[in-house]
Design a protein around this ligand. Structure first.
Ligand SMILES: *Cc1c(COP(=O)(O)O)cnc(C)c1O
Length: 393
């Protein structure tokens, strides 16, 4: 393992390689799998019957309109991935070299890479221990004359405390782009997340709350942003002369096959959220009394969707995080370690050399998530919790 510039004292906090999951009594429980029990098949067959296999056809528009409506946005612009969605949204802001984007150190790499794609400068903030989300007080301290965007991420489906962020944005005239890739259907003070700021980015990767296989969406109320991102997604073709391009665009299109699945999934969003919340409550009920196991937070003003059910491992629990993952793997249970913070990632080590984000680092050292599919059964959850409860068998 090549840790690059990461100081030695932190090497042990980087998760061990994923343990091999052995079938237990012939069965395995995957960490997260899609549930395709609605109109997915019917809509995809309709695409095939109508020859709608590229982005030409009716499902892309239908999905965009229905999704935008769900998150109370005027426009939804579907694209090929969540990463593409973050990229398109940032591109629409026309940032300049040296412009700063504030984001949490504890997030998936897909939040930060697009900041590099557009040539802006990522500025990190630590998490706060009660929600695992970006610490709002730290955000205020990181604002400079060059700050242009605050990019909160609703980590593992738990909404960020958005009001103070929106206040800061108003005061300093900043854009707020929510990375809501993990939080479809989550509520902050009763309002659905994703378009609480000026724009939002969603992912529909196969392990998200709703999926199109691969896919993403930008949501906004701003017609100029909608127009620009639509162009960005499709080589900036001009509207009248076909091969006349307005600027340098990408091919980030979503196909009708994907949109058909996305639309069918969207129809089931409420059910998925309900299932995930019910599963999380069950897990917490079984796990909360185990010394050394911390269950995931849920703040007072929010409804988390528990995209992934994360736990933290510490003494007096007899196993380390990596050992517990091994123990679960031997029982056919797949898990995933938490994100490794951005400042520790090889491509960013030089940029953030010497910077410390202790809460993010601690989450990385102690956290992992248990199987979290919407389709989990009570028996499966009980089995997983029994294995956690009996570390020696
Ligand atoms: C999954 C995810 C993304 C990226 O989505 P892709 O569709 O895989 O590109 C972005 N941000 C966060 C926080 C994610 O969890």
């Amino acid at each position: 393992m090549d840790y690059g510039l990461l100081p030695k004292e932190h090497h042990s906090k980087i998760p061990a390689a994923d343990p091999k999951v052995e079938p237990y009594k012939g069965r395995k429980i995957s960490v997260c799998e899609p549930t395709l029990r609605g109109n997915e098949k019917r809509y995809v067959l309709e695409c095939l019957e109508k020859n709608w296999i590229s982005s030409h056809g009716e499902f892309v528009l239908k999905f965009e309109e229905a999704f935008a409506k769900t998150v109370n946005a005027k426009y939804g612009i579907a694209c090929s991935s969540g990463t593409a969605a973050v990229h398109m949204a940032l591109a629409a802001l026309h940032l300049e070299p040296g412009d700063e984007v504030i984001l949490p150190a504890f997030t998936m790499i897909a939040t930060v890479n697009p900041i590099m794609f557009v040539g802006a400068k990522p500025v990190l903030v630590d998490s706060e221990p009660n929600s695992w989300n970006m610490n709002v007080d730290e955000v205020a301290k990181k604002i400079t004359k060059r700050t242009k965007v605050i990019l909160p991420v609703h980590i593992y489906g738990h909404p960020v405390d958005m009001d103070p962020i929106l206040d800061l944005a108003k005061k300093h005239k900043l854009h707020v782009l929510e990375d809501a890739a993990e939080a479809h259907g989550a509520l902050y003070k009763g309002k659905i997340v994703g378009k609480l700021g000026s724009m939002g980015a969603f992912s529909f990767f196969a392990n998200k709350i709703i999926t199109s296989g691969e896919g993403g969406m930008v949501v906004t109320d701003d017609p100029e942003v909608a127009d620009y991102t639509r162009g960005f997604r499709n080589y900036a073709f001009s509207k009248d002369i076909h091969f006349w391009h307005r600027f340098i665009g990408y091919n980030y299109r979503m196909t009708n096959l994907q949109a058909a699945i996305g639309l069918a999934q969207l129809e089931q969003l409420d059910q998925f959220v309900e299932d995930r919340r019910k599963n999380a409550m069950l897990y917490t009920e079984y796990l909360k009394k185990i010394p050394g196991i911390a269950t995931p937070p849920e703040g007072p003003d929010v409804k988390s969707v528990f995209w992934m059910y994360g736990i933290l491992v510490d003494k007096p629990y007899p196993l380390t995080r990596d050992q517990l993952r091994q123990h679960l793997a031997k029982h056919g249970i797949e898990t995933r370690s938490f994100f490794i913070p951005i400042h520790w990632q090889k491509p960013f080590q030089e940029m953030f050399r010497g910077e410390r984000y202790p809460v993010a680092e601690d989450l990385c050292a102690r956290g992992f998530y248990l199987p979290s599919s919407s389709s989990l059964t009570k028996e499966q959850i009980e089995f997983v919790c029994d294995v956690v409860r009996n570390p020696m068998v």
